[in-house]
Design a protein around this ligand. Structure first.
Ligand code: PAF
Length: 289
C-alpha cells in the first residue's frame, strides 16, 4: 500500500474528520523523516493498535539551535514514502511545509513544559523542547490521534510530551516504544550517518554504558546518582574520538538528577556524546528494587 501524501494542514483536518465519521481509530507516528528501522518499528507498533496509521514527516526548525544541523539534516521525502510503501502499514504521510505549520513569519504561540527540560538534552540544547512540544501539540490538534508513538531513545522527549499531552487535555494516549539497535547495541539514529568508520566503532560505548547502569541499578550494586554517573563516564571516556556532553541519572517523573535511590523509583540513565558533527544520545530505564 502506497500511503496517501497530504501536505496541507486543512486537508489533513478533512481526512481526520473522515476517520472520525468512519469510526476508525488513528495512530500518529511523528518523525522528521530520514526514516530507518527505528521509525518503522513505531509504525509497526501503531498498526497493531489502530486502524489508520499517519506518519508525519516534518523537519521542525524551531527545535534546532543556531549552531545545529537544521540545514544539513537529511531530507528525502520520496525515499521515506517508498520505505513506508514497502512496509505496507501506513495509510497517510502528513508532510506539511514550514509555512503550513508556522503560518506567521514570527511564531508567537508556544507550548512550554516547565522544569522538565532543565537537565540532559534540555540543558545542552536551550529552547529545543519548547520547539518539540509546540510542534507536537500542533500535530496532535490536526491529526487528533487516539494514540501517538515515540521512540524511547529520546526518553526525555517522550516524558516531556507525555506530561504536555496530559496537562493540555489531549485525549491521545502517548506510547513510548523500545529503542531499535544495531548488532553491537548502537541505537539507530538518523545522525549515525554522519559518523566516520572509526567513530562508528567507538560509538558502541553509549549503549554499553547505559546497559551497565541499568544492571547496577536493578541489582542494587550502586545506590546513588553519583555512583552511576561515575560508571557511565568511565565507559564513555573509552571513546577517544568522542566528547562527553552529559552522563546523568534522573527520575522519570521529574527529570531531575537523583542523589540517593528510593525503592520503586523509576530512573533514566542518560548519556550524550559528540562525535564530530554527530551528537549521539542513549539511555536505559530501570526500576530501583
Ligand atoms: O523525535 C523527533 O523526530 C522529533 O523531535 C519530533 C517528535 C518528530 C518532533 O519534531
Amino acid at each position: 500500500m502506497r500511503p496517501e501524501v497530504i501536505v496541507s494542514p486543512v486537508e489533513m483536518s478533512v481526512r481526520t474528520l473522515r476517520n472520525v465519521r468512519e469510526g476508525k481509530t488513528v495512530g500518529l507516528v511523528p518523525t522528521m523523516g530520514a526514516l530507518h528501522k527505528g521509525h518503522l518499528s513505531l509504525v509497526e507498533r501503531a498498526a497493531a493498535e489502530v486502524d489508520v496509521v499517519v506518519v508525519s514527516i516534518f523537519v521542525n526548525p524551531t527545535q534546532f539551535g543556531p549552531n545545529e544541523d537544521l540545514e544539513s539534516y537529511p531530507r528525502n521525502l520520496e525515499e521515506d514514502v517508498s520505505l513506508l510503501e514497502k512496509q505496507g502499514l501506513a495509510s497517510v504521510v502528513f508532510a506539511p511545509t514550514v509555512s503550513g505549520m508556522y503560518p506567521y513569519a514570527e511564531n508567537k504561540t508556544w507550548v512550554i513544559v516547565e522544569d522538565l527540560d532543565r537537565h540532559l538534552c534540555g540543558s545542552s540544547r536551550p529552547g529545543h523542547f519548547k520547539g518539540v512540544t509546540t510542534i507536537v501539540s500542533r500535530l496532535l490538534a490536526m491529526v487528533q490521534p487516539d494514540a501517538a508513538f515515540f521512540g524511547l531513545k529520546d526518553a526525555q522527549q517522550f516524558y516531556i510530551l507525555k506530561r504536555m499531552a496530559a496537562e493540555m487535555g489531549f485525549r491521545t494516549r502517548m506510547k513510548g516504544v523500545e529503542t531499535v539497535r544495531e548488532y553491537d547495541g548502537l541505537a539507530l539514529s538518523s545522525r549515525n550517518g554522519y559518523l566516520s568508520q572509526a567513530e562508528r566503532d567507538e560509538a558502541v560505548v553509549l549503549s554499553k554504558a547505559v546497559f551497565m547502569a541499568k544492571k547496577a541499578v536493578e541489582t542494587g550494586s550502586i545506590q546513588s546518582g553519583k555512583g552511576v554517573q561515575q560508571l557511565l563516564e568511565s565507559e564513555l571516556n573509552k571513546a577517544v574520538l568522542g566528547r562527553v556532553d552529559y552522563a546523568s541519572v534522573v527520575d522519570s517523573l521529574t527529570l531531575q538528577p537523583v542523589v540517593e535511590f528510593k525503592s520503586g523509583q523509576e530512573l533514566i540513565s542518560a548519556v550524550a556524546v559528540q562525535f564530530g558533527k554527530a551528537r549521539l544520545i542513549d539511555n536505559s530505564i530501570a526500576l530501583v528494587p
